[in-house]
Design a binder for this molecule. Structure first.
Ligand SMILES: [Fe+2]
Length: 248
């Protein structure tokens, strides 16, 4: 099974070009590259909208995603509205507690999709996550917008961390399972291993953040996506940049 993950497209209106970046072109360029990879499915990792949830932007993205022919799943980020997302993407039955969280079986894996759009998870969602980790027999892949712990990226760790990270990490580490967690939000390419919890942060389709600074600085604007290949008990994952790994 081959999974593509694109995250943090931050699509705006047609006239929005922050930092002189054409966000709509970024979305279509990354999607076209992913389509050429012919993955079995695509995950959109949240922050679909530039600032806040917008039905017309979700509709623009949905039209392109449907046109792509790819099977896709969506999780919300802190710049999204879960209720608007489920309306536009016809996912209403998955909305619980005004959060969009759900699990899907694909081949030998269980994919768990979480909602951290409010900067933390409800007690209902955390209980559901703990139950899933107990009940699912197969290999588990977790997709959530925020990393579940601090990632040694000072600007993000100080201002934009997951507020209930300690509780969430307790659930993840307490499961006693090897867990691969795929995130966005931090706008960096980074892997952090926390015991049996392996966190893979995927760069944004907008800009990447300088991970050495406390204040906000853009590191570069080369955009990318992640591929995850799973075959039996082998899992490999890598980030691909549209302009090559060295060209910025
Ligand atoms: Fe975010």
């Amino acid at each position: 099974m081959r999974i593509a993950l694109m995250t943090d497209p931050h699509t705006g209106s047609e006239n929005d070009h922050p930092f002189d970046i054409d966000l709509r072109k970024n979305f279509t360029d990354v999607l076209a590259k992913i389509v050429s990879e012919k993955p079995d499915l695509l995950v959109i990792g949240g922050d679909l909208c530039l600032q806040s949830g917008d039905g017309s932007i979700y509709q623009w993205q949905r039209d392109l995603l449907e046109e792509s022919g790819l099977k896709y799943y969506i999780i919300p980020g802190n710049h999204d509205s879960s209720t608007l997302l489920v309306e536009v993407f016809d996912q209403l039955p998955r909305l619980r507690n005004s959060e969009l969280f759900y699990a899907e079986q694909n081949h030998q894996s269980t994919m768990i999709f979480l909602d951290t759009s409010k900067g933390s998870m409800s007690e209902v969602q955390k209980k559901w996550l703990a139950d899933q980790l107990k009940e699912q027999a197969s290999q588990i892949l977790i997709f959530m917008h925020h990393p579940p712990d601090l990632m040694n990226v000072p600007h993000m760790d100080e201002r934009h961390y997951l507020r209930d990270k300690d509780e969430v990490m307790k659930i993840l580490r307490g499961s006693g399972r090897q867990l691969h967690v795929f995130c966005g939000h931090y706008h960096v390419d980074k892997v952090v291993h926390l015991g049996d919890v392996h966190v893979h942060i995927t760069p944004s389709c907008y800009f990447q953040i300088d991970s050495s600074q406390k204040d906000f600085y853009v590191d570069h604007t080369n955009i990318g996506y992640r591929m995850i290949n799973i075959e039996k008990d082998r899992m490999e994952t890598s980030v691909h940049y549209l302009n090559g790994n060295l060209a910025r």
